[in-house]
Design a binder for this molecule. Structure first.
Ligand SMILES: Cc1cc2nc3c(=O)[nH]c(=O)nc-3n(C[C@H](O)[C@H](O)[C@H](O)COP(=O)(O)OP(=O)(O)OC[C@H]3O[C@@H](n4cnc5c(N)ncnc54)[C@H](O)[C@@H]3O)c2cc1C
Ligand SMILES: *[C@@H]1O[C@H](CO)[C@@H](O)[C@H](O)[C@H]1NC(C)=O
Ligand SMILES: *[C@@H]1O[C@H](CO)[C@@H](O)[C@H](O)[C@H]1NC(C)=O
Length: 362
């Protein structure tokens, strides 16, 4: 007897989790979502991400565990599956002493450490000597990371799911009790809740710890030659500067900001101007004449990170007689922690449907 699983959500978490689960041939999986790859909507965070691997989890946290576990899979996809839209990037992370205590410096606290916990996770990690730092910066590291073209990566994971027999459906759930009706069998033995920011808004018990962390980006055609970020800016504590070139012609993402509790979906033109100005200052190779007008803009964008006080929630809960595995609240790190989180959700689903039975069929 197959066990019927409904995954709610088709962002990077829902799709990665469905793909991991699809390896178990006794699971019959349906993904149901309001938004799908190809959509650009303020309620759907995944397409707006850079996205890169910039670890920020605190040592000992589950986020750190997920980030550590995710590197190997991103690296493998990079090497073996070029059509997935990920490539390696030489990466530089700078720190400025004057940013200490600001919101952005706190967000990047682990990332900007010279003695970073991930120095043996990513390859080619080295501390930069003063002579290699930009004038305003006090510390710096270099390592090899990855940048993901989300417009290619999300459809790639979706396609892998379809190939593995997963059913994909459009739908909006207003309550967990409706999940079964979206499954092709009409019934669900387990539901995986990958609803991102909407976990704060929809159905049954709302999670009040979930809130938006607004990010604004500019996508340009110019090539930076390096992936780079810094611990803060002189434009206010919620602003940030990061630059990354997406794989396979995806353009270059210039960021950004992390504005807590803002639901504003429209790009702020003044902020866009500041982002572009800071980007060419941090990375002069983007615009050799030093003028913002040299940037060739593809689009301005706004995404809302699904922030969660206490970090991502990946745990199981019985709701009204149905087992739910939650996997939401991945804030600004859904890609860099996505596979680790998916493997944890897999462990929880298997514990619900009876691991012994599953093992026997592997
Ligand atoms: C500007 C920006 C830059 C970022 N950069 C990075 C980065 O460099 N690296 C990184 O790792 N992360 C980055 N992130 C974070 C990353 O984008 C998120 O962590 C990730 O996309 C969250 O994915 P998710 O699947 O949880 O949510 P989402 O992508 O929002 O997907 C939620 C899904 O659930 C569905 N859904 C919700 N409620 C319901 C319902 N009731 N019924 C049916 N369907 C429902 C939605 O339709 C959607 O399909 C960035 C984010 C932003 C905004
Ligand atoms: C899943 O279950 C449905 C309905 O019971 C069935 O039609 C479908 O073929 C099953 N899919 C797989 C991949 O087994
Ligand atoms: C997902 O979790 C949130 C928070 O607990 C809850 O409000 C929502 O009903 C859940 N949705 C589904 C489909 O399980």
């Amino acid at each position: 007897m197959a066990n019927n699983v409904v995954v709610v959500g088709a962002g990077v978490l829902g799709l990665s989790t469905a793909l991991v689960l699809s390896k178990h041939k006794n699971l019959n999986i349906t993904v149901v979502a309001k938004h799908m790859p190809g959509d650009y909507d303020i309620e759907y965070a995944s397409p707006w991400a850079g996205a890169n691997y910039f670890p920020v989890g605190k040592p000992g946290s589950s986020l750190q565990r997920f980030e550590k576990a995710t590197w190997g899979e991103l690296d493998r996809i990079c090497r073996e599956i070029p059509e997935a839209g990920i490539h390696h990037q030489v990466t530089r992370v700078y720190g400025r002493k004057k940013d200490a205590g600001t919101a952005t410096a706190q967000w990047f606290e682990e990332l900007t450490k010279e003695d970073a916990w991930f120095k043996n996770v990513v390859p080619n990690f080295r501390v930069l000597p003063k002579s290699e730092l930009p004038p305003e910066c006090d510390t710096g590291t270099e390592f090899t990371s990855v940048c993901i073209n989300t417009a290619v990566y999300l459809p790639w994971i979706l396609g892998q799911c379809v190939k593995a027999g997963v059913t994909i459906k459009r739908g909006i759930l207003s309550h967990i009790s409706e999940a079964g009706s979206f499954h092709s069998s009409g019934q669900a033995d387990a539901v995986v809740n990958c609803t991102g920011l909407l976990a704060s808004k929809l159905g049954g018990v709302m999670d009040n710890n979930v809130y938006p962390g607004r990010g604004q980006i500019v996508l340009v055609r110019n090539e930076p030659g390096v992936m780079v970020t810094v611990s803060g800016t002189d434009d206010g504590s919620e602003e940030a500067t990061y630059i990354m070139q997406r794989a396979v012609g995806g353009g270059t993402i210039l960021g950004g900001c992390l504005q807590h509790n803002s639901w504003e979906s429209q790009p702020d033109p003044n902020l866009a101007q500041r982002i572009m100005q800071r980007s060419i200052e941090l990375c002069p190779s983007l615009a050799p004449t030093g003028k913002v007008t040299e940037l060739s803009v593809i689009r301005h964008g706004v995404g809302l990170r699904p922030m969660r006080m206490g970090g991502p929630r990946v745990e199981k809960e019985m709701i009204d007689g149905t087992w739910v595995v939650h996997a939401y609240g991945h804030a600004g790190y859904g890609y860099q922690s996505g596979w680790g989180s998916a493997w944890e959700a897999e462990r929880l689903v298997l514990s619900i449907v009876g691991q012994g039975e599953v093992r026997a069929k592997l």
